[in-house]
Ligand binder design. Sequence first.
Ligand SMILES: *[C@@H]1O[C@H](CO)[C@@H](O)[C@H](O)[C@H]1NC(C)=O
Ligand SMILES: *[C@@H]1O[C@H](CO)[C@@H](O)[C@H](O)[C@H]1NC(C)=O
Length: 351
Amino acid sequence: MFLSFILLLLVFTPRADSSWWYIGALGARVICDNIPGLVSKQRQLCQRHPDLMQCIGEGSKEWIKECQHQFRHHRWNCSTLERDHSVFGRVILHSSREAAFVYAVSSAGVVYAITRACSQGELKTCNCDSQKRGKASDDAGDFDWGGCSDNINYGIKFAKAFVDARERTVRDARALMNLHNNRCGRMAVKRFMKLECKCHGVSGSCALRTCWLAMSDFRRTGDYLRKKYNTAVEVTMNQDGTGFTVANKGFKGTTKNNLVYVEHSPDYCLMDRTTGSLGTAGRVCNKSSGGMDGCEVMCCGRGYDTTRIKHITKCECKFRWCCAVECRDCEDTVDIHTCKPHKRPDWLDKT
Ligand SMILES: *[C@@H]1O[C@H](CO)[C@@H](O)[C@H](O)[C@H]1NC(C)=O
Ligand SMILES: *[C@@H]1O[C@H](CO)[C@@H](O)[C@H](O)[C@H]1NC(C)=O
């Protein structure tokens, strides 16, 4: 009995049920042996670079927040499960567009967090980019490298070694998909590096410029990857298992800078333990929107409930000499619409 139970557990425990993503939930207590789901290469890197792990953990909060921002109007909203080693639940086990996005944004998040920490001098193994020395030029003319250029190549190198390590232990369609999307994420950060300059010279004439390369706000990367989610490409594994081909024969161009996925997404309408979907019951929707956040789409046709709430705002503000601003409290009512839960089918009620 007991043995067959263990066997069942082994068979039904999916391979990706936990990952380095969980580092973010551990806060300051990153102890490499206690992180479930690290492969041995990751465990080694973890032991060798505790400061980098700290940085990856803190960075996780940022990219998870970015993911939730990008998907706030979607049925799947990038919600995390508290104290769950898999962080996003079973949803990510599916080789779907959503998984593609999470892999891309998470590896972008690692690049971003590490590169930023390098520049701030918080890490033992890296610093500002020492290659950016001497003279160079851009469209506006010559300049001197100065200040601190973000060392994006270090961030990319470490993110690649650490994040990709898990996918290098297996050879299947999912591993190839993850490797591809991880790379897209890393490159998305590099894409938004910008040159920042300071002018010197007589009364700010800008005859002399000192410049450095800096990363843009992580939002730029999030917006970009979100667009890539919309245009993600469905692929199937090659017969020899070395690569994938685009499922749609009419597709022109390359998958190089596109996210790829293997399986179609569930509709995320209902709570479903097998897909990990939380369903949209109780989600706030917008009655006048025809988009993803519209009540029709968000609630999957189940309808919505409306609650009227009072809103106090400051109004009729007057400036009084001198120096105060006096306002009245005005009461507003706002209607909040939330999706109805799923009706249980009749045959369930009878049992
Ligand atoms: C995401 O949706 C779930 C239910 O579908 C809800 O419980 C959760 O509060 C939502 N999270 C955010 C950040 O909106
Ligand atoms: C609801 O959708 C409409 C139309 O897209 C938009 O103008 C409005 O700002 C949205 N309201 C909220 C509260 O998001």
